[in-house]
Design a protein around this ligand. Structure first.
Ligand SMILES: [Zn+2]
Length: 376
């Protein structure tokens, strides 16, 4: 009897100790994920002598080294440390699995031939309010086209179609404030420490940022398509100045976050579970509903005749949204089938993408797929 009590008690104490120690360690360690954009078979933007993937990696490693050398309480993780291909989805997963506190994606900008620009800019997730920003997001997201099964993985997202980006308008990013505040710090440092032209903080729909569940930014260091910028980005001095700028911003951000946490810990703790449970309720409500998938092939500001040449002989359905007539093809509750339909119709409408409805209302495709998988 007595021995059993002691055993049970010691097991209990052991669990309590381990649990306590884990949460203590968690409270101390700040995890940052540094994401060097592109890699391997995906070079990113290509200059006269340099490739984006290498510039990104050089700056990412230099930044990581600075943090490791100066911040013993920070754990640095990389999405890649060498010239290898990593999917956007995996990059986000690395950060989410590590329960990271901050995600920094490093990229290099480019413009079409004949266009010249200089300077650095930082993005957070959101709806692009300017065409230039949308173009940057399109270029960075088009990486998924070289991934296998990208249609299924990214829910029919077409990186080259402006319409696909509408989903970003509806997204509520609860880390927006922290992300923007960090982005501003980065731009400030680029200007003062690296003496770069400040191209400001912007919002656009980046898939890699959408999938991360922590404050996150995407940095465009400069323009590889502008010869003097390329030279700078490809130089040791350039890499040193850019990584130092990012490091300074990181240090300032982390300090501020720690201050905020210390000052308002009970508030932060109470807020988070509430948000989480509110989200859960929404999902539960939708779980009994069955989403219907269709392929959107065309948008028009006028209603088209059934025989309109624009429909290319396809028997299409129409729904109205935002004052526009949107034409769809196919209809099924089976997501796998609609992926096939999209592929087939893609021969006639190359920008076609998958949309989802529930009880006649349009819904988020990502959520619809989640429901489809759950209902299966
Ligand atoms: Zn890039």
């Amino acid at each position: 009897m007595r021995l059993r009590t002691i055993v049970i008690l010691s097991v209990f104490v052991a669990f309590w100790l381990v649990g306590g120690m884990t949460s203590m360690a968690k409270g101390k360690e700040f995890v940052v994920v540094i994401d060097a954009g592109h890699g391997g078979r995906d070079p990113g933007a290509v200059g006269r002598v340099a490739q984006e993937k290498n510039i990104n990696l050089n700056v990412a490693l230099a930044l990581g080294n600075l943090i490791s050398a100066n911040c013993p309480d920070v754990k640095v993780l990389y999405t890649r440390k060498s010239d290898v291909f990593v999917s956007l989805e995996r990059r986000a997963r690395i950060a989410n699995n590590a329960n990271a506190d901050l995600f920094i994606s490093i990229h290099t900008n480019a413009l079409p031939k004949g266009k010249i620009a200089r300077g650095a800019e930082t993005y957070t997730l959101g709806m692009a309010r300017a065409d230039d920003n949308l173009e940057v997001a399109k270029r960075e997201n088009s990486v998924i086209l070289v991934e296998e099964n990208y249609e299924e993985r990214y829910a029919g997202f077409n990186p080259n179609s402006a319409e696909s980006y509408i989903i970003f308008e509806l997204m509520q990013d609860k880390y927006m404030e922290q992300s923007v505040s960090f982005a501003k710090m980065i731009q400030g440092e680029f200007k003062t420490t690296a003496k770069r032209l400040d191209k400001g903080v912007h919002q656009a729909g980046f898939l890699v940022l959408r999938a991360t569940s922590m404050p996150s930014v995407l940095v465009e260091l400069g323009y590889i398509s502008t010869p003097d910028e390329e030279k700078y980005l490809n130089s040791k001095a350039g890499v040193a100045a850019l990584s130092k700028s990012l490091y300074n911003a990181f240090e300032a951000y982390k300090e501020r976050q720690t201050d905020v946490k210390d000052a308002s810990q009970p508030v932060v703790r109470e807020d988070r579970p509430k948000q989480a449970s509110a989200k859960k309720n929404v999902v539960r409500k939708e779980a009994v509903q069955v989403p219907v998938f269709k392929v959107q092939i065309l948008t028009s500001d006028k209603k088209l005749a059934v025989k309109s040449p624009k429909l290319k002989g396809v028997e299409a359905d129409c729904y109205q949204e935002g004052g526009l007539y949107k034409y769809t093809y196919g209809e099924t509750t089976d997501y796998n089938k609609i992926v096939k339909t999209r592929k087939e119709i893609g021969a006639k409408f190359k920008d076609a993408f998958i949309v989802a409805f529930c009880n006649g209302q349009k819904m988020n495709v990502q959520e619809a797929i989640t429901l489809f998988k759950k209902n299966k």
